[in-house]
Design a protein around this ligand. Structure first.
Ligand SMILES: Cc1ncc(C[n+]2csc(CCOP(=O)(O)OP(=O)(O)O)c2C)c(N)n1
Ligand SMILES: [Mg+2]
Length: 343
C-alpha cells in the first residue's frame, strides 16, 4: 500500500473551547452526516434526480471553517459537493432537502437541484458544477468587500469569503489566475482545498507534479498551510488564523485540508477504483467520532448529551424530508421567473 500523506497529530492541549461551542460544532457535523445519509436513501428511492455528490467523511472541513466565520455576513462559495457547506452556512435543512427534490420551496426555488445550492440571505454564493468555477466567483466577492471598504469608505465592509473546492480544481488555470490576483490585491479570502485524494477516478498524485497544494500559495507570496481535514479542532485553528488575517486586510490564505470521502464520487459511482487498504486507513479517522471522543474526554459533554443531539438531528432531517415531499413543484408558468435578480 502506498504511504498515505497525513500531518502530525494536532496538539489540542492549547485549544480554548467553551462547552457551547463544542456542542455547536458537534451538532453541525452530525447534521452534515445524517442529512447526507438521508440523501442517499432518498436518491435510491427515486426521490431526486441528476447527480448527487455526498460529503460523508469531510464534515470537519465545512464545520471547522464555516462555524469560525460570521454567519449571514461572511461569504461561502462551494462546488457540486455543496449540501453540507449550505447547512453549515445556516441554510435550513428543509430548504436544502426541498432543493434536492426540485421543489419550489428549495433554497434555489427548485431551479438548481443538488449541485446549485444558493442563498442570498445566508451569503451562500452557490454550488458550481464546473470544476474550479467557484474560485473566480469567490475572488470577486472578496474583491467587492475590499473595494467597498477601501475605495468607497464603507467601514462595515469587512466580510471574509471562504471558497471551497477539491484537489482536482488545483490544476485548472482559474486557480492560478485567482491566486495571483488575490495575493496582489491582498483580498480577504480563504481558498480551502479539500484534498480527498481523488478527482472522480483520477488519483491526485497521478495527475499533479507537486501534490502538496498548499505550497502553490508560496509561489504567489501567499500564506499556504496544510491541515488534518479529519480533525475539526485543527481545521478550526488554521481557519481562525486565516480569517483574522483576511479581516485585518493582510490578505488571503490557501488551506489544504487532507481529507477523504467515505462514499463514491457521486451516488451513481460504484466506487471500485479506491483500494480496500486505502479505505481501511481512512475510515477509522472519522471526524465525528474523533470529536465526540474529545468532547467526552475533556468533560465538555457526556455520552448522553451527544446521543440527545443525534436524536434531535435525526428528527430535524426527517422533518426536512416530510417538508420536501409535501412541497409543490415549481409552476411551469414560472419557468422564466428568477432568471434576473428583479424577481
Ligand atoms: C471544468 C470541468 N471539467 C471536468 C468536469 C467533470 N468532473 C466533475 S467532478 C470532477 C472531479 C473533481 O475532483 P475534485 O476537484 O478533487 O473534487 P471532489 O469531487 O473530489 O470533491 C470532474 C473532473 C467538470 N465538472 N468540470
Ligand atoms: Mg478530490
Amino acid at each position: 500500500m502506498a504511504q498515505e500523506r497525513i500531518v502530525p497529530e494536532f496538539d489540542s492541549s492549547s485549544v480554548k473551547m467553551s462547552r457551547e461551542e463544542g456542542l455547536r460544532l458537534y451538532e453541525d457535523m452530525v447534521l452534515g452526516r445524517v442529512f447526507e445519509d438521508k440523501c442517499a436513501e432518498m436518491y435510491y428511492r427515486g426521490k431526486m434526480f441528476g447527480f448527487v455528490h455526498l460529503y460523508n467523511g469531510q464534515e470537519a472541513v465545512a464545520s471547522g471553517v464555516i462555524k469560525s466565520m460570521r454567519q449571514d455576513e461572511d461569504f461561502v462559495c462551494s462546488t457540486y459537493r455543496d449540501h453540507v457547506h449550505a447547512l453549515s452556512a445556516g441554510v435550513p435543512a428543509r430548504e436544502v432537502m426541498a432543493e434536492l427534490f426540485g421543489k419550489a420551496t428549495g433554497c434555489s426555488k427548485g431551479r438548481g437541484g443538488s449541485m446549485h445550492m444558493f442563498s442570498a440571505e445566508h451569503k451562500l454564493l452557490g454550488g458550481y458544477a464546473f470544476v474550479a468555477e467557484g474560485i473566480p466567483v469567490a475572488t470577486g466577492a472578496a474583491f467587492q468587500s475590499k473595494y467597498r471598504r477601501e475605495t468607497m469608505g464603507d467601514e462595515s465592509a469587512d466580510q471574509v469569503t471562504a471558497c471551497f473546492f477539491g484537489d482536482g480544481a488545483c490544476n485548472n488555470g482559474q486557480f492560478f489566475e485567482c491566486l495571483n490576483m488575490a495575493a496582489l490585491w491582498k483580498l480577504p479570502v480563504l481558498y480551502v482545498v479539500e484534498n480527498n485524494k481523488w478527482a472522480i477516478g483520477m488519483a491526485h498524485d497521478r495527475a499533479t507534479s507537486v501534490p502538496e497544494i498548499y505550497k502553490k500559495a508560496h509561489a504567489f507570496g501567499m500564506h499556504g498551510v496544510e491541515v488534518d481535514g479529519m480533525d475539526v479542532l485543527a481545521v478550526r485553528e488554521v481557519a481562525k488564523e486565516a480569517i483574522a488575517r483576511a479581516r485585518a486586510g493582510e490578505g488571503p490564505t490557501v488551506i489544504e485540508a487532507l481529507t477523504y470521502r467515505f462514499r463514491g464520487h457521486s451516488l451513481a459511482d460504484p466506487d471500485e477504483l479506491r483500494s480496500k487498504d486505502e479505505k481501511e486507513f481512512w475510515f477509522p479517522r472519522d471526524p465525528i467520532k474523533r470529536f465526540a471522543g474529545y468532547l467526552t474526554s475533556k468533560e465538555l459533554a457526556t455520552e448522553a448529551q451527544l446521543k440527545d443531539i443525534d436524536r434531535k438531528i435525526q428528527a430535524l432531517v426527517d422533518d426536512a424530508v416530510k417538508f420536501a415531499l409535501e412541497s409543490p413543484e415549481p409552476d411551469p408558468s414560472e419557468l422564466y421567473k428568477y432568471v434576473f435578480v428583479d424577481d
